[in-house]
Each structure stands twice: as C-alpha cells, then as structure tokens.
Design a protein around this ligand. Structure first.
Ligand code: ZN
Length: 266
C-alpha cells in the first residue's frame, strides 16, 4: 500500500511538474510585465534618447526590447565606484546588452549578478595600460565616460558596452557554461570557421577594419568584431563580407536591414 502511495506520489510529481512550473513561470512573467508597464514610458524616454538601434526597431520589437531591458536590469546589482549614480546608467547598460543578444533566446547573462560602473579609464591588476572596461568572474566592469562616447557614436568603431557584453556572452556560454544558448553555441563553430583564418592572418601582420587590438587574442577578436558589426556594419560587410554574414547568422540579426516598415506604417 505504502509502495503504491509512493509510486502515485512520484508519478504525480512527474506529471504535474511540467505544467505547474510552466504555470508558475507564466504567472511570474505576467506579474513582471504588469510592473514593467508602469515603467515602460520612462524606459522608452531614456533609451530612445540615446540608442539609434532601438529607434530603428518596429513598435512590437521596441516593446520586446524594453521588457528585456527591464528584466535584465532587475536581475543585476549595480555598483557605482567613485561616480554618482543616475537613473539612466543601469537602464542604458542593460539596453546595450539587450541590443547584442536581441536575436537570441538566452539574454540574461545570469552568471553575472554584479555590474560595476566607474567614471573613466582605470587600472586593473598588473596591466600597465588603462582599462575602459573588463569582464571577469566577479562581474562586468564599465567606465561610464567611455560607455557614453560609444553609445553616442563619438568614437568610430568603439563601443565599450557592446565590447564587454560580447566578452560576457562568450563567458556564460563557453567558460562557466551557465547559460548556454543552443543556437549561439552551435553557430559559434561556423563563425570560427570564417573568423579563425582572418584572426590568424592578423597575427601574421595583416591589417583590416578590425584594427590591431583585435589581433591580440581570439577573445579580443570576438569582442571587437561585435563592436564593429554594430558600429560600422556597412564597412565591415564591404571589407570582410564573410565575417559580417557569420556574425549576422550567429547573433540572428542584421544591423543594416533592421525592419522599420511596421514602425512607419503604425
Ligand atoms: Zn576586450
């Protein structure tokens, strides 16, 4: 009798586990969405002021973008080091991460709970050159002045936010393997088939639009490729068309042809 009871209990847990957890997720997401709606206008006002990428999305995608940004920001602890916090800081940092991962299913970079915002270039570890940002096991670090220059398009080909989020995305997929996006992991192999030969040629001295820093190591090659893909897509597609196509397939988006028709029709 007891065995039968245990059997039934186990069966019950197995059977209801799926639907119940889906139900809980749905309720949770609905609650989050309700709360998000009260802040949507505020998020929109900040993000539309700075992010050209966002302004080119159709209305449906803009809302998806804002909700993802809201969830991303909510899941992080932001720390401000020698800089006065402002409301736009965590929102814009989150938005840039969402831009990078907008075509992917997994975008929360959950391994990283802490994001550190510093004022300007800083020194880190034993490196002699100053840093604009970096990513390590303890979190994502960004210098605000450089971050904003990138967001405002003041530094051609440079966007430290996209660069560091590029490192973070690779980190969660390949180093900690804590948040693996199936498509991203699989497609990264195809990306590397195109990218590795370009990187190897750079190590032997070949120059291209990615610049010397991308030749430092393959991690930097990836992060710089991401920056240029968004910051200078037309030139990248012209100079390294296969690399452009590989990144586009990997991130499931194309900055040159973001669909704006729905927005215009609305
Ligand atoms: Zn880097």
């Amino acid at each position: 009798m007891e065995i039968l009871l245990i059997f039934l209990l186990v069966l019950g847990v197995v059977v209801i586990h799926g639907p119940v957890s889906n139900w809980i997720t749905t309720i949770y997401t609905q609650r989050q969405f309700k709360h998000f709606l009260s802040q949507e206008t505020f998020y929109h006002s900040i993000i539309s002021r700075y992010l050209k990428y966002y302004n080119r999305l159709n209305l449906e995608d803009q809302r998806k973008f804002l909700f993802r940004t809201y969830l991303f920001k909510k899941s992080k602890r932001f720390h401000y080091i020698d800089i006065t916090e402002s409301a736009e800081m965590p929102i814009l940092v989150s938005a840039v991460s969402v831009q990078l991962t907008f075509g992917l299913d997994k975008y929360m970079l959950n391994y990283f709970k802490d994001i550190y915002v510093l004022q300007d270039d800083y020194h880190y570890g034993f490196y002699s050159r100053p840093f604009q940002g970096h990513v390590d096991h303890s979190g994502i670090y960004l210098s605000w002045d450089n971050f904003m220059k990138g967001v405002k398009g003041m530094t051609p080909n440079c966007n430290v936010g996209l660069h560091e989020m590029g490192h973070a995305l690779a980190y969660v997929n390949f180093i900690t393997q804590t948040e693996e996006d199936k498509h991203f992991k699989k497609e990264f192999k195809n990306f590397s088939k195109v990218a590795r030969p370009i990187f190897n040629a750079m190590q032997e001295g070949q120059k291209n639009i990615l610049g010397d820093y991308a030749g430092t190591n393959y991690h930097e090659f990836w992060a710089v490729s991401v920056e240029i893909f968004f910051e200078n897509p037309i030139r990248l597609r012209h100079e390294l068309p296969e690399l452009y196509a590989a990144i586009s397939k990997l991130l499931r988006q194309d900055p040159i042809v973001i669909n704006t028709t729905k927005k215009m029709a609305a």
